[in-house]
Design a protein around this ligand. Structure first.
Ligand code: NAD
Length: 315
C-alpha cells in the first residue's frame, strides 16, 4: 500500500518511514527541512521524497497527492521543540495550523481514505488526573506562549476530526507523550534526553531547568513506530494515547544518564520555565485494548541505544 508521511526527514517521521518500508509499504515523504535532515531520509527503492513547505498554499501538496495516490496519510510535520514554543510562538501556532489545513484540503476528493495525525500530550495542559486518559479535557492557557504549540495541536485535532467526518475519510488522532531515540535534535531546541546527553559530554556545567522534581514518562522510538503502524492497520476514527507509563523525575532521569556512562552527577539548578507542567504520564489502557501491544523497551535500554547512536554520530 502507498502512504504519505509528512515530516519524513524529522525524528519520528523518518523512523516511521523506516518501519513502514520494512513492512512492505511504499512511502512518499514530504518535509521542508525546518528541523529534519536529508541524511535521515530512507535510502530505499520504495521511498520517494518531495521537498515542500506545507505552509505554502502553492498547491504542490495537491499535485503530490494527485500524482502519487497514497491511501493513508501520516501527518507528522510540525514545528516541535519546547524552546521554539517560547521563542517563536506565533510561527508555531500559525505554521502548525496552516500546514494541517493545506494538507487536509489536498486530501479532498482524493485517493486518501485514512489520516493519522500526530497530536500531543501537551493538549492536556497541567493534567487534572495522572495517569491521563483520552477523555481528559483539553486545557489551554492563554497567559503562556508555551501553549502556542498545545493550542495548534488542539485546533488541528478538531480540524482532522471534523474534516474527515465531512469528507467520509477515516482518522486516528495520536496523543503522543514524550518519545526519544537517535536522530533527535541535541541542541537546546531539542528534547530533554538528547539535550542531557549532549550537555553531559560537552558542557562544563550540567544544568537542569527547574528544581528537577517535574516528572515525565519516556517512550523509545521503536516502540512508537511499531504501535503507530499497528494502529493504522487495525483502528479507525479514534483518539489514542501513545507513551510509556514509567514516570520519572527530570533529576532522576539526568542522574540515570550519568550513571549509565559512569560520570559524576553534579547538577546546577536553573530557574524554572514559565508554566512548565509538573507531571506527565499516559493512561494507555485504550491502546492495550485496541492492539494488544504497549511499549516494551525500558528507559535504561533506550538511553543506552540513544547514547550509542550519539557517539557513533560524533565519530
Ligand atoms: N517527539 C515527541 O516526543 C513528540 C511528542 C508529541 C507530539 N509529537 C509530534 O510528532 C510529530 C513529529 O515530531 P518530531 O519529534 O519528530 O519532531 P521533528 O521536528 O523532528 O519533526 C517534524 C518535521 O516536520 C518538518 N516541518 C516543519 N515545518 C514544516 C513545513 N512547513 N513543511 C514541511 N515540513 C515541515 C520539520 O523539518 C521536521 O522534519 C510532530 O507533529 C510533533 O508535534 C512529537
Amino acid at each position: 500500500m502507498k502512504v504519505l508521511v509528512t515530516g519524513a526527514a524529522g525524528f519520528l517521521g523518518s523512523f516511521l518511514s523506516d518501519e513502514l518500508l520494512e513492512h512492505s509499504y511504499e512511502v512518499i515523504g514530504v518535509d521542508n527541512f525546518f528541523r529534519g535532515k536529508k541524511e535521515y531520509l530512507p535510502n530505499h527503492k520504495n521511498f520517494t521524497f518531495y521537498k515542500d513547505d506545507l505552509v505554502n498554499e502553492d498547491k504542490k501538496i495537491h499535485d503530490i497527492i494527485k500524482k502519487e495516490k497514497p491511501k493513508m496519510v501520516f501527518h507528522y510535520a510540525a514545528i516541535n521543540g519546547t524552546k521554539f514554543f517560547y521563542d517563536i510562538p506565533y510561527q508555531v501556532i500559525n505554521n502548525n495550523i496552516r500546514m494541517t489545513q493545506n494538507l487536509l484540503n489536498a486530501c479532498k476528493y482524493s485517493s486518501v481514505n485514512k489520516i493519522i495525525y500526530a497530536s500531543s500530550s501537551e493538549i492536556y495542559g497541567e493534567p487534572l488526573k495522572v495517569p491521563t486518559d483520552e477523555t481528559h479535557p483539553i486545557l489551554l492557557n492563554i497567559h503562556t506562549d508555551r501553549d502556542s504549540y498545545a493550542s495548534s495541536k488542539a485546533i488541528c485535532d478538531f480540524y482532522v476530526k471534523l474534516f474527515t467526518k465531512e469528507h467520509d475519510i477515516d482518522y486516528i488522532i495520536l496523543r503522543i507523550f514524550n518519545t526519544y531515540g537517535p536522530r533527535m535534535d541535541t541542541s537546546e531546541y531539542g528534547q530533554v534526553i538528547p539535550e542531557f546527553i549532549n550537555k553531559m559530554y560537552k558542557d562544563k556545567e550540567f544544568t537542569i531547568i527547574g528544581d528537577g522534581t517535574q516528572t515525565r514518562s519516556f517512550c523509545y522510538v521503536d516502540d512508537h513506530t511499531r504501535i503507530v503502524r499497528k494502529l493504522a492497520e487495525n483502528v479507525k476514527n479514534d483518539i489514542v494515547n501513545i507513551g510509556n507509563t514509567d514516570e520519572i523525575t527530570i533529576k532522576k532521569l539526568a542522574e540515570s544518564i550519568h550513571k549509565i556512562v559512569n560520570k559524576e552527577f553534579k547538577p546546577k539548578l536553573l530557574p524554572p520555565r514559565e508554566y512548565d507542567h509538573k507531571r506527565r504520564c499516559p493512561d494507555i489502557s485504550k491502546l492495550k485494548k485496541l492492539i494488544s501491544d504497549q511499549p516494551k523497551i525500558t528507559l535504561e535500554q533506550g538511553i543506552k541505544k540513544t547514547i550509542d547512536a550519539y557517539n557513533a554520530n560524533i565519530k
